[in-house]
Design a protein around this ligand. Structure first.
Ligand code: PLP
Ligand code: COI
Length: 357
């Protein structure tokens, strides 16, 4: 597909952009352009544009504003030592977007179009990819239903967009390990949309997240909807548990958690380290018992935004427990380094995970 280009000079000076890149935070600064591609029933995907980032016009009856027909992705572009820019497993994000599209009754974005849209944005906004260790350009592809229609049925018009912004540490606290609050709320129930990356899941997680923050924790931990017993995931990350005998467990993909690309990558990397990784249900009571007995030595959260973040403490109405020393453990640090080295191109990419754009 041909992309129409509507470039414009950045409203920021180089010095202003460099100041942002030196301290990017997460999700508050954005690059100068955005990609938009339209979809209609009759024409499919068409009218692809790279244009100055600006507010978009939507009819007040647009379906996304009423019934939340919206899906999104999150991936990062990394600046390698030779100045080139690389993505990490973008094909997996394209596939997951389409799995989310299936669940939300939306059209697929062909994998090559998804990646081309990202390439086009980086081609004009490449100066926004930071080079400092620990920072990257966070890309946010998303799709919304734009048809003006208030009946409840899948819309006939959509917009796929890509925006981006420089990202540093996701967690502001700067603490060596994060603390979790076990929520009474449910994130996703069997048969629901838990495995889809749709905005509605995150809307439902805001009250639990606010509660976790107000109690002084960094993230909310969700248990399963049926028994309120099995550990599922965090507000925006998957979880892993590491034991003193070299076993590692992560909750299985039963349809209620997001199939994280970091999760999948870490399963592979940990197995290559010779560890026995199983996708297995693990209860909150067992977690506490294993942490208290010392059988469980480390736990960590993982995701694109959070990378690999040690979990130091877990708290709920029944009190709290500490994992290991409460700080980053050896395995967590090692696997994080392995992953980051592949993403940043400082070690060989033997898996074919890195795509230079
Ligand atoms: N779980 C949730 C709810 C998320 O929002 C994310 C972040 O995308 C993840 C898990 C981790 O997924 P990934 O590793 O693909 O970023
Ligand atoms: C990501 O890691 O990409 C996420 O989507 C997590 C959060 C920012 C929603």
């Amino acid at each position: 597909m041909q992309f129409e280009h509507i470039p414009h000079p950045s409203p920021l000076s180089d010095a202003e952009r460099e100041a942002i890149l030196a301290n990017p935070g997460f999700g508050t600064n954005f690059t100068d352009h955005m990609v938009t591609i339209e979809w209609t029933d009759e024409a499919g995907w068409h009218d692809a544009r790279v244009e100055p980032r600006a507010p978009i016009q939507l009819d007040p009856a647009a379906a996304v504003l009423h019934y939340a027909q919206e899906i999104f992705e999150g991936l990062k572009a990394y600046r390698h030592g030779d100045g080139s820019i690389a993505l990490f497993r973008p094909d997996q994000n394209a596939r997951r977007l389409n799995a989310s599209a299936d669940r939300l009754a939306m059209p697929h974005v062909p994998e090559d179009l998804f990646i081309e849209a990202i390439r086009q944005l980086i081609a004009v906004d490449g100066a926004w990819v930071p080079s400092a260790e620990g920072s990257s350009l966070y890309l946010r592809p998303f799709m919304i239903a734009t048809e003006a229609f208030l009946g409840v049925r899948p819309a006939k018009r959509y917009k796929f967009m890509v925006i981006a912004g420089p990202a540093g540490n996701y967690f502001k606290s700067g603490a060596p390990a994060v603390s979790l609050w076990i929520s009474d709320y449910t994130r996703a129930a069997p048969g629901g949309t838990g495995a889809a990356k749709c905005g509605g899941n995150y809307a439902a997680s805001l009250v639990p997240t606010r509660e976790a923050f107000s109690r002084g924790h960094d993230q909310v931990l969700f248990l399963d909807a049926v028994e309120h017993k099995w550990v599922e995931e965090l507000g925006g990350m998957n979880v892993f548990f590491a034991f003193d005998d070299g076993r590692v467990i992560t909750p299985p993909l039963t349809g209620t958690i997001l199939p994280g690309i970091t999760r999948d990558s870490l399963i592979q990397l940990l197995r290559e380290e010779g560890l026995e990784v199983s996708e297995e249900a693990y209860s909150i009571d067992q977690w506490r018992a294993d942490a208290e007995s010392g059988k469980l030595v480390e736990s960590f959260a993982c995701g694109t935004a959070a990378v690999v973040t040690p979990i130091g403490k877990v708290a709920g109405h029944d009190g709290e427990f500490t994992i290991g020393s409460g700080g980053p453990g050896q395995l967590t640090s090692k696997v994080r380094e392995r992953l980051v080295a592949i993403q940043r191109g400082t070690t060989a990419d033997t898996h074919g995970w890195v795509l230079t754009v």
